[in-house]
Design a protein around this ligand. Structure first.
Ligand code: SF4
Length: 295
């Protein structure tokens, strides 16, 4: 990315991805982070282009693999604000294993999943969030399977901050991204993004409800059981035509992966990024240790 030479997005007119970009651009300065303190890792898909349009360090990884790269970067340089992003096919399908284990280990980062219920870049194939019965070129008679429940999966896996927002609501999206980035631990944001080119039926076009503001929904996001119930309701209602959004779960007590590793002495206090540039640092090489042990 060259400052002053900002590339123009090539997303289709009306694409929800514009909403993610706008919310992220508005949120980052409010978190107090500059482009040179920020890393944005993306997967493959229309969403993967995000870091081409966002002023920060960027790493366009391979399909479903934004999270392992983001994890490595955060562990090597904990001072970085690390954001990973990808689509629902990229994150819940191809990279689903990374999603579960990054949540389980509570790596300190924000993970934005552009959820448009299809694979967009490759022309609208059925994805893990496509509703049962959804017709596409890969499932012309309609998807036979129920979709994944991303919020519930995230909670079960161990994420310590879980939210859903929508591109049609940029103010809520910005506020949720700020909260996610300020959270210490794995913050998962399921971001409903419409794809007007390949999925005109998506629920993202209907009005949404903010569960944190609505009088109809009274629950405590710091209570795991109540959060779980709220997620179940949200995931059921999505396919019945009611879009619920908001912050579902927040656990501020649980240490992140890096914090825990440092506490038990498995990771040096000085991060790798600093050690690497310290000419006086005495490296303990695994190979040398192995040779010493087997002399
Ligand atoms: Fe957006 Fe869909 Fe176009 Fe991709 S194909 S840029 S997701 S509208």
């Amino acid at each position: 990315f060259t400052p002053g030479l900002e590339p123009q997005p090539t997303w289709c007119p009306g694409c929800g991805d514009f909403g993610v970009l706008k919310a992220l651009k508005q949120a980052m300065p409010e978190v107090g982070r500059t482009p040179d303190e920020t890393l944005l890792c993306t997967g493959i898909g229309c969403s993967g282009k995000l870091n081409s349009y966002f002023e920060s360090y960027g790493f366009h990884t391979i399909h479903g693999r934004s999270l392992p790269v983001a994890r490595a970067a955060k562990l090597a340089n904990p001072g970085l604000e690390v954001v990973a992003a990808g689509g629902d096919g990229d994150g819940y399908g191809i990279g689903g294993n990374h999603f579960m284990h990054t949540a389980r280990e509570n790596h300190d980062m924000t993970y934005i999943v552009f959820n448009n219920e299809i694979f967009g870049l490759t022309k609208g194939q059925t994805s893990p969030t496509s509703p049962k019965g959804h017709k596409s070129k890969t499932q012309p008679h309609g998807s036979a399977k129920d979709p994944i429940r991303p919020l519930s999966l995230s909670l079960t896996s161990g994420a310590s901050f879980i939210a859903r927002t929508a591109a049609v609501n940029p103010n809520q999206a910005k506020d949720i991204l700020i909260e996610a980035m300020e959270h210490d631990g794995f913050a998962h944001v399921d971001f409903l993004t419409q794809c007007p080119t390949w999925n005109k039926d998506a629920r993202q076009y209907v009005p949404y409800i903010d569960i944190n503001d609505s009088e109809d929904y009274d629950f405590d996001p710091t209570n795991r059981a109540e959060a779980q119930e709220m997620m179940r309701t949200t995931e059921d209602k999505l396919y019945e035509g009611e879009v619920l959004t908001g912050v579902y779960y927040r656990d501020e007590e649980r240490p992140s992966y890096g914090q825990e590793k440092r506490q038990i002495g498995e990771m040096p206090e000085t991060p790798l990024a600093e050690r690497y540039f310290d000419e006086d640092y005495e490296w303990e090489r695994t190979h040398d240790l192995f040779l010493d042990k087997h002399k």
